[in-house]
Design a protein around this ligand. Structure first.
Ligand SMILES: [Zn+2]
Length: 458
């Protein structure tokens, strides 16, 4: 039996590239990051359009700041979306070029300037300013046009604001480097100059009674405007909501998804609080790819396997990978229990093996427990006691004490679970993401830091 399995495994090893390793959460690739700069119109001593009705004064500057904050909130419900504002409150008033420059410097994919229109009181509806396209070396016009139409469609569909279309205006004195007449509106023109697609939404008319009652006379109306903007942006960029937007470990889940360790389910859900099987854990560990030496190729094919892992199981390759590197050992009776939920103490044992086996010059040295140096006995050493006191896990089995203590000292448990969690309870998907984030930080602190910086840690 064992011999046959080994032979089959050799076959699997040679054929593994052709076998579909279809894990339960194998959703397609790593999602793209989208960075958006929102520009609340006007600011400081420049109020923009102002209208008074029934003793209430409507000020474009203040209303646009509210819309911007609601819109930021809606957009940040999507994963991998980073939102900047050109100014954080209505007292700020950066120059128009400066606003576009900020968007360029923070790496924005798009700048959206938020405004309210004014006319003679009888005009109603939404319009979006985009480039005239006389100079467009980076091909921004198609992006601006399509994004603008998407937003106008939502403003019209959700609020009933008349769609007044795209608004193009030529300057009479500004020219682009190709000698052609430039865009009149500074935000649009500088967008072209800085290479950032930039549109300006005139949501509705502040001096029109119907528009005001539809969108401006209540917080609900302002939220509705922001929601329509957000939906228009989301549709254009194909953003997908998640089921973990409000989860405390969201940042780690996002990071794990960006790294491709864990992807979520084909229906778009992530199920952050669901448990993971031991088989899934092996798959994730291989995707995480800890910096530990591969076994000699000769040894790998001869590895003993578990009686409950068949060569054609989707996780067979992952289990073999982890076993051949000494990361998983299974149970004394030769089983792996692939479908059992992985527990905290099992995770601790495996991550501790990663820590000990790692070959990486950049890693922080393994934190030593001074008292441990002269005492190799796991049952009496102070690691175990320290973990009992500090690492937050209860009901820890004796065999896992040293491993849990090491993980704890290396910072892998930081913020991962609530104190008092049973070591024998199941790890959730989000908690494993968090532990892997910490493990990555341990292995390459500089890289993890740079990543956090790139993500804009504000
Ligand atoms: Zn304005």
């Amino acid at each position: 039996m064992k011999r046959t399995l080994s032979l089959l495994l050799v076959l699997v090893l040679f054929c593994s590239a052709a076998l579909p390793a279809r894990a339960a959460d194998d959703a397609p690739g790593v999602p793209a990051r989208l960075t958006i700069t929102l520009d609340p119109g006007h600011g400081g001593r420049s109020p923009g359009a102002v209208a008074t009705q029934g003793g209430v004064t409507y000020i474009e500057r203040d209303l646009c700041m509210k819309i911007a904050n609601y819109l930021k909130e809606y957009l940040e419900e999507y994963p991998f979306v980073k939102v900047y504002l050109t100014h954080e409150d209505a007292s700020g008033n950066p120059g128009l070029e400066e606003r576009v420059q900020m968007a360029s410097e923070n790496g924005s994919d798009v700048l959206v300037s938020l405004h309210l229109n004014a006319s003679n009181g009888s005009v109603s509806g939404s319009m979006v300013l985009v480039t005239i396209g006389t100079w467009d070396p980076l091909g921004l016009k198609p992006i601006e046009d399509a994004l603008a139409r998407s937003i106008l469609g939502e403003l019209n569909g959700q609020l009933g604001l008349p769609d007044r279309g795209l608004w193009l205006r030529r300057s009479e004195e500004e020219y682009y480097p190709n000698g052609k007449v430039a865009d009149y509106y500074a935000i649009i023109r500088h967008g072209i100059n800085y290479g950032v697609p930039s549109i300006l939404i005139e949501h509705c008319f502040i001096d029109n009674a119907r528009d005001r009652s539809l969108a401006l006379s209540s917080e609900a109306g302002l939220r509705a405007l922001a929601k329509a903007d957000a939906d228009g942006i989301a549709k254009y960029y194909g953003l997908q909501k998640t089921d973990y937007a409000a989860h405390p470990l969201r940042a780690c889940v996002d990071h794990a998804r960006e790294r491709g360790w864990m992807n979520g389910y084909p229906d778009g859900s992530f199920q952050p609080d669901a448990a993971l099987s031991r088989a899934m854990f092996a798959a994730l560990l291989q995707r995480f790819d800890p910096p530990i030496p591969a076994p000699d190729s000769g040894d790998e094919a001869e590895e003993p396997v578990f009686s409950d892992v068949a060569p054609d199981d989707w996780f067979a390759e992952n289990v073999l990978w982890a076993h051949s590197r000494g990361l998983i050992q299974g149970f004394p009776d030769g089983v792996f229990l692939p479908d059992a939920e992985i527990t905290f103490e099992q995770m601790a044992a495996i991550l501790a093996r990663c820590l000990r086996a790692a070959e990486t010059p950049d890693a922080e040295p393994l934190p030593a427990d001074d008292a441990d140096d002269t005492d190799a006995d796991a049952d009496t050493n102070t690691d175990a006691d320290a973990c009992d006191d500090d690492c937050g896990l209860t009901e820890l089995s004796d065999w896992a004490r040293e491993d849990a203590a090491l993980c704890f000292r290396a910072g892998l448990f930081e913020g991962v679970f609530a104190p008092g969690t049973s070591a024998r309870s199941a790890v959730t998907r989000a908690q494993l993401c968090a532990a892997l984030c910490r493990l990555e930080q341990h292995f390459s602190p500089a890289a993890a830091e740079a990543e956090a910086g790139a993500a804009g840690a504000d």
